[in-house]
Design a protein. Structure first.
Length: 317
């Protein structure tokens, strides 16, 4: 099989039939061997009924239904588990991603040997104040922190080698940072392509302004995990030892100063009245706690089992 198209969705009943016809037209025109996997992330409208109708008449279409809304990252993870194609295309179901881009994305992965091609919606039809400007600021920060030089991390239209999606774990809200997850996993051939962006035709967006706040927090998390996720003792243990050493040296200095003054009969305050005594004690305690945090992190890392992050109601193949 050449292409697998993964489409996570939430309450997109009006868009699904039109998107299906559009994708089918592109696939048949280019004579691709393909599958389309819809992941219904707990829709409360008739999205699942629309998908069932399509699956019943087209063997190329598969579908997964979640018991409730778990988020886009979990939907992509479930889709990636099912895919069989050599090249994986992800796109949103709201008709803002153009299926006509698929052939060129496929060629870039298949023939140019890229690991990931990320879509770049250079010309957008979203609200400038609530989406365009915050998106530009978010993407600038993501490029700076991650080192992945993409202009549009949030674009849902991306293409991957099969090996990429089978070797990364998309969890939490990390769907924005799949290129960074792939980079950390050893896939370095990442590039972008300018893609067409359509204004939303039906319904309303499922993402509010809070997605940018969550995005920045997720960026910090993934940066930290990429550096210290496998060896938390390298961060917490190192800082714990340094702080304990500083506190211990300070305590020795306080004690030595007290003994010197006693030896030379110099009047002095009690040790417990010396603020440096409490500073040294506090720093030593903090250092010990950091060291313990690193040690516990190492224990958790070695004993953890990946929990099931979502529950599937139905699978249609």
């Amino acid at each position: 099989m050449q292409i697998s198209i993964v489409i996570p969705l939430l309450n997109e009943q009006e868009s699904i039939p039109e998107l299906y016809r559009w994708i089918t037209s592109v696939m048949k025109t280019n004579q691709y061997s393909y599958e389309v996997i819809f992941i219904d992330d707990g829709s409360s409208d008739s999205s699942w009924q629309e998908i069932q109708n399509i699956v019943a008449k087209d063997e190329h279409i598969k579908a997964i239904q979640f018991l409730k809304n778990y988020g886009k990252s979990q939907a992509l993870h479930a889709g990636f588990e099912m895919v069989q194609g050599e090249v994986i295309i992800t796109m949103d179901a709201d008709l803002q991603d153009n299926p006509e881009e698929i052939p060129e994305l496929f060629e870039l992965i298949k023939n140019e040997n890229f690991d990931i091609i990320s879509g770049w919606k250079k010309k957008r039809y979203d609200d400038v104040l609530t989406k365009n400007i915050p998106s530009k600021l978010f993407n600038a920060a993501a490029r700076k922190v991650s080192g992945v030089k993409l202009h549009d991390f949030n674009c849902g239209l991306k293409a991957y080698k099969k090996e990429v999606v089978k070797n990364i774990d998309v969890y939490g809200e990390m769907h924005r940072y799949i290129p960074l997850l792939a980079k950390n996993a050893g896939f370095s051939k990442i590039d972008e392509k300018v893609v067409k962006h359509q204004a939303r035709k039906y319904g309303s967006t499922k993402f509010g302004a809070e997605r940018f706040v969550h995005g920045f927090l997720d960026l910090i998390s993934i940066w930290f995990l990429s550096k210290f996720g496998k060896r938390p003792m390298h961060l917490f243990g190192a800082w714990g030892v340094i702080m304990f050493a500083i506190g211990f040296i300070t305590a020795i200095w306080v004690g030595a100063s007290k003994l010197y003054k006693l030896w030379h009969h110099i009047p002095d305050i009690l040790v417990t009245q010396n603020p440096w005594f409490y500073i040294a004690l506090t720093v030593m305690v903090l250092g010990t706690l950091l060291f313990i945090a690193g040690f516990l992190g190492e224990l958790i890392l070695r004993t953890q089992k990946n929990p099931q992050r979502y529950k599937i109601s139905k699978i249609l193949k």
